[in-house]
Design a protein around this ligand. Structure first.
Ligand SMILES: Cc1ncc(COP(=O)(O)O)c(C=O)c1O
Length: 436
């Protein structure tokens, strides 16, 4: 791109600001949790803080909502909870009891899943080791391996022969042949060759395909890939088509509230930061939102794309691997204020090592002062107690005021927090289970 093109692009970004988060929508969200404040305060009184508070009622409601949306439009669909999004045994146990299989991405995850006797497991991910393939083969009755490469097909075939099993498998397809996503799966144009190669591996029952696109705010990435896949399947041998019994359409559904961002994480915010690295001023009440499609509309769009592009060639059972959409609701974080430096600066007992990274410099999530609840948001730097300036929970809180000893709730933090927790400076929070 020429310099002029870059300038034009920058200009367009600055002119189309990411929309503000609707304050009424935000208040409605906060109010739902204020209504339940006694439930949370009781949990902190009994268990102390900081705390990961697991919420069975919310988790079950969420998974049922997800399943309901898809089951309404799909005649044959199976759900595999992507445990990387939250690998706590409670999540695995509860979601298995709700009829889900488990999607694992490593031998470690597979071992944890097996401890809860799942009915079905899909094992995806690049670079599976010999040990991991062996564990999969030794559990071939329930595990389907989603093979990531031609090399892995050979390694799995040898391991299946060594362990004396025939193992069910699918092949992962690359959704973007450029950049970092190239590392996953095989390119579509090599799909037919993969089926040919698998015919020479009698220990492998290659009977499916998988793809996964991430951060889907709507179904466009998934439907575009289904169209490309349909074009390839149109040229497939009839005998090969007959082998395809499942199509795994992955996860990546963004929850319906949309993506809530600090202004610094928007395209225009990032540009400003490049131009003026010390702009530093943060308006604690300015939150941005990128909308996401409700889950029933995701389900409808995917069902229509499958009917249009895939079902004319083959009628596989659909597998689906949701993580974030489900786990987000199943866990909350509770903190206590331990120091108040002034009205607009407090320190809490929990640090962001509880969520693994400097998440809240980018993401916005409301902090609710359960000890002095109010639907009024006030500016205040709410920091953790780690000895690093990036230990930040947010630039505001909802409440009448804030004092030492107050209990703060960061609701719906189940996704990609607990699984990313780190032992860094302070201990990892304790775990507790909310009463229904
Ligand atoms: C193969 C695969 N399936 C499912 C998921 C779950 O995605 P999400 O939690 O966004 O639904 C992931 C996440 O990285 C993934 O890599």
């Amino acid at each position: 791109m020429s310099e002029q093109d870059w300038i034009k692009k920058g200009d367009a970004i600055m002119r189309h600001e990411t929309p503000r988060l609707d304050p009424e929508k935000l208040k409605g969200f906060v109010d739902r949790f204020i209504q339940q404040k006694d439930r949370f305060l009781k949990c902190v009184a009994a268990n102390g803080s900081p705390l990961y508070a697991f919420d069975e009622t919310a988790l079950v409601k969420r998974v049922q909502e997800f399943r309901g949306a898809f089951e309404k439009v799909f005649s044959e669909i199976r759900f595999f909870y992507a445990m990387k999004s939250n690998s706590h045994p409670f999540m695995i146990r509860t979601l298995i009891a709700q009829g889900c299989g488990i999607d694992v991405s490593s031998g470690e995850e597979l071992k944890k899943a097996l401890a809860h006797s799942p009915q079905e497991v899909v094992f995806s991910g690049p670079g599976k080791t010999e040990d991991e393939l062996e564990l999969a083969c030794r559990n071939a009755k329930i595990v389907t391996v989603l093979i990531d490469s031609f090399g892995e097909l050979k390694r799995l075939s040898s391991m299946a022969a060594l362990t004396g099993v025939k193992i069910r498998a699918g092949v992962r397809l690359t959704v973007d042949e450029r950049g970092l996503w190239r590392k996953f799966g095989i390119p579509l144009k090599r799909l037919s060759a993969f089926f040919e190669e698998a015919k020479r591996c009698p220990q492998i029952d290659l009977c499916g395909m998988q793809f996964h696109t991430s951060w889907n705010m709507d179904a466009s990435q998934q439907t575009a890939f289904l169209k490309r896949l349909g074009e390839i399947l149109a040229g497939f041998d009839k005998a090969d088509l007959k082998r395809i019994r499942f199509l795994d359409i992955g996860g990546g559904y963004w929850p319906f509230e949309g993506e809530w961002l600090q202004p610094a994480a928007t395209p225009e915010g990032k540009l400003k930061e490049c131009l003026e690295s010390s702009h530093g001023f943060v308006d604690g009440l300015d939150h941005r939102c990128v909308d996401a499609l409700p889950i029933d509309r995701f389900a409808t769009a995917l069902s229509e794309a499958l009917k249009a592009y895939i079902f004319p060639h083959v009628r596989p059972v659909i597998f689906c691997e949701p993580g974030r959409w489900i786990s987000q609701a199943g866990m909350h974080i509770l903190l206590r204020v331990v120091d108040k430096k002034d009205d607009q600066l407090v320190i809490t007992d929990g640090g962001i090592q509880a969520v693994g990274w400097e998440r809240f410099e980018h993401d916005y999530f409301p902090l609710i002062n359960l000890s002095r609840p109010a639907l009024k948001e006030r500016e205040c730097l709410v920091c953790g107690s780690l000895c690093t300036p990036h230990d930040l929970w947010g630039y505001s809180y909802f409440g009448q005021s804030i004092e030492v000893g107050d209990v703060l709730l960061l609701p719906t933090q189940g996704a990609y927090t607990y699984s990313l927790r780190q032992e860094f400076i302070k201990a990892i929070p304790k775990e507790a289970f909310l009463e229904p």
